[in-house]
Design a protein around this ligand. Structure first.
Ligand SMILES: [Zn+2]
Length: 103
């Protein structure tokens, strides 16, 4: 998957379009990510012993990785990512704009 944990991404579609955030979790199998401060959903919760507050709480929900673009720290804008194979066989991501390796 092109986006990984701790990447800084920009949301390019949906209700949170234009928001930036850090990827907190990545779920490569589902191609989904959880981003700090993005895609809040309302969750109805019942009162439990551990949770004092009952009712509706808001929390971030995972969403599809195609809704974001990576923010390149060098270009300082959203970029497309490519993969490059190193001589030792490792596959690294690189920025299409500046050519800088990201991993
Ligand atoms: Zn770049």
């Amino acid at each position: 998957m092109k986006i990984r944990k701790n990447d800084t991404v920009l949301v390019v579609t949906g209700k949170d379009k234009g928001k930036e955030g850090k990827v907190r979790f990545a779920y490569p199998k589902d191609e989904r990510i959880l981003v700090e401060g993005v895609n809040f959903i309302k969750v109805h919760s019942k009162a439990r012993r551990q949770v004092r507050q009952a009712g509706i709480i808001e929390r971030e929900a995972p969403f599809h990785v195609s809704n974001v673009m990576l923010l390149c720290s060098r270009c300082d804008h959203p970029v497309r990512i490519g993969f490059r194979l190193l001589e030792d066989g490792r596959k690294v991501r690189f920025c299409h704009s500046c050519g800088e390796a990201i991993d």
